[in-house]
Design a protein around this ligand. Structure first.
Ligand SMILES: [Zn+2]
Length: 614
């Protein structure tokens, strides 16, 4: 339902480009060296440098977005090449400016300029070393790792057909045969062992590049993006996890009990849950086992998909519902061009990337969504989520170019999800889609199904970077890559492999974001923040009911608070943005606990007498 990685999308800087096919050219390295060898720079030079960077990034960003849009909505070999080329130019420029920005490290700058200089340096998720040979090697490895994942297939013995990630995902979601599940789970994990030697080299070279930019290692570089010293950020993430742990534990205990009823002793009474039985290759989203764990009385009593179909609501009208949500909060309607240029339906005559995404093509006002809309409840929610991105993009578009981004990388996804949390039965009644909201006694099913997605994900969202931070810092060495991975999965998620997984495996590589080098903590933060935003806005809107029944629809005061945060973009440290919306300067996971409080109470009743933990 939520968008995990977008192509082109909303960001100007290469950080979110996902693929990292940049090369820091020898010429650029030379240039950086020469300028830094000269006399110390003056303030005027620093200003001119940033102005030039902003103008060029805006121009290259627009070109990359246009090429990316065409590529995503008209897939051919040529549009793919054109998009890759435009992206590469943007990324190269980002790398060049990040390196050059170090020239002004010792200069005392006014706050805005200093922030822009920092953002230029922090835009990278991968810094290539200045040595051209090493830079080229790193670029090659980065591309090779990502493509190894992309080409990954499991070819079962004795069968003609190989399974790709899409087919494996489907089996993991739908099969209830533990042998088949284990087989495809193990099968997918054969994709990654060949990545291991390359990944090891990748870590060494990436760290070298990060050190040249003044960071202790690549993990420290990632953590520096959060306006806190890298060590403090690690503690902050731990603190949030400690807050939500009791809720996760209740969910884990309950689900383990139900799976034990289904699969017998394969699921231990006290130990971790076998990683292949949770409906997802990484056990990061348990929604697919909902039918195995749902209580009998879980039916909410209405089916939004059926309602939308019965009312003959078409794709465009679905989007109009989303737009009216934002207008009800006091935001302007979407521009005329949004309706002319967006893609709402899957074309019959060509291939498109159907994965939903929100775009601001010129990084000013050319807002669009790209989505192959089905008339379903799920897509109704996704539309509200995507338009949340568009509204954010438009709110910060008057800021200087380098400030046109979300307050930190968790915020963009969190805003879209916050809006989606307001799609309550009461909201559906207000917009005329439902006659009467069901009795709250029906809520356990809705809450449980949401928790299998949002709560089950939390420890996974956290541990990917726990592992990588340790790998980049050298605390985890190539000799114990896999051991450390499974220790973390056991510690945080309470899951374990069916059989021991020694160092001949490289299981972290079987998750896209590791070979593709996409930081992951943002997804954890987005899950925490969306409930914090929702609770604050619901309170502004004067909602007294249980949090999961609060909608901020049509509340102008809540709209104003939301707008105040969105407008800031990344011009100020994220605690300022958080405060503008919520009055709090710290991230706070108690909101997710409040939201799921009725569920936790119910879970704990069901769990009575059952051992918890592992
Ligand atoms: Zn999204």
């Amino acid at each position: 339902m939520s968008v995990w990685f977008r192509r082109g999308g909303f960001r100007l800087l290469p950080a979110a480009a996902g693929a990292l096919l940049f090369s820091f050219t020898a010429a650029a390295a030379e240039m950086a060296k020469r300028t830094s060898a000269g006399k110390p720079p003056a303030l005027a030079e620093a200003k001119a440098f940033v102005e030039e960077a902003e103008a060029r990034i805006l121009k290259l960003g627009e070109a990359a977005n246009r090429a990316g849009w065409v590529q995503s909505t008209y897939i051919t070999q040529d549009t793919e090449i054109l998009a890759a080329k435009a992206n590469e130019e943007l990324i190269n420029a980002g790398v060049e400016y990040a390196k050059k920005a170090t020239r002004y490290d010792r200069l005392k700058l006014p706050p805005d300029l200093a922030r822009k200089m920092r953002l230029l340096k922090l835009g990278l998720t991968l810094a290539a070393p200045a040595n051209p040979k090493e830079s080229e090697e790193l670029t090659r490895i980065a591309a090779s790792l990502e493509s190894a994942y992309g080409k990954g297939k499991y070819c079962p013995e004795g069968k003609e057909k190989c399974l790709d990630i899409g087919e494996i995902t489907k089996i993991m979601a739908e099969s209830r045969d533990p042998n088949e599940l284990l087989d495809v789970w193990q099968g997918w994990h054969t994709v990654s062992p060949p990545m291991r030697p390359e990944y090891e080299r990748f870590v060494a070279l990436a760290n070298k590049g990060a050190r040249e930019l003044g960071f202790a290692d690549t993990g420290a570089m990632w953590r520096s993006k959060y306006d806190l010293p890298p060590g403090d950020f690690t503690k902050e993430v731990d603190r949030l996890w400690e807050q939500v742990k009791p809720l996760y534990l209740s969910l884990h205990t309950y689900v383990r009990g139900r799976l034990r009823e289904k699969y017998g002793d394969a699921v231990p009474e006290r130990g971790p849950i076998p990683a292949h039985l949770l409906g997802n290759i990484w056990a990061q989203d348990w929604s697919n086992v909902y039918d195995l764990v749902a209580p009998k009385e879980a039916d909410p009593g209405y089916d939004l998909t059926q309602i939308l179909k019965a009312k003959k609501i078409d794709e465009k009208e679905m989007v109009r519902y989303g737009e009216r949500f934002f207008v009800s909060l006091g935001f302007d309607p979407l521009p005329k061009t949004f309706w002319e240029r967006s893609l709402f339906t899957k074309p019959r005559d060509r291939d498109v990337v159907c994965h939903a995404s929100a775009w601001d093509v010129d990084n000013v006002a050319d807002l669009r969504i790209k989505m192959c809309i089905d008339i379903t409840a799920e897509d109704f929610t996704t539309i509200h989520h995507e338009l949340g991105h568009n509204i954010y993009q438009r709110a910060y578009n008057t800021r200087p170019v380098l400030f046109r981004d979300s307050a930190n990388d968790g915020f963009h996804e969190a805003v879209g999800d916050t809006i989606a949390l307001s799609i309550t039965p009461e909201y559906l009644v207000e917009v005329g889609l439902l006659e009467k909201a069901p009795d709250p006694s029906k809520d356990i099913g809705l809450l449980l199904s949401s928790a299998l997605d949002k709560v089950a994900f939390l420890p996974f969202g956290l541990l990917i970077d726990q592992w990588r931070w340790k790998v980049f810092s050298g605390e985890v060495t190539p000799g114990n890559y896999n051991q450390a991975w499974w220790e973390l999965r056991r510690e945080y998620q309470g899951v374990a492999p069916q059989e021991p997984r020694g160092e001949s495996f490289f299981d972290p590589g079987a998750k896209y974001h590791v070979p593709a080098n996409v930081p992951y903590t943002r997804y954890f933060l987005a899950r925490i923040l969306q409930f914090q935003f929702h609770r604050a806005l619901a309170s502004t809107a004067g909602c007294a009911g249980p949090l999961h029944r609060c909608s901020i629809y049509a509340d102008k005061e809540a709209g104003k608070k939301l707008d105040a945060m969105l407008r800031l973009g990344i011009s100020r440290p994220w605690p300022d943005a958080l405060e503008a919306l919520s009055g709090q300067r710290q991230m706070d996971a108690t909101a997710i606990l409040d939201y799921f409080a009725p569920l936790q109470k119910w879970l704990d009743e069901q769990n009575k007498g059952t051992p918890a933990g592992w």
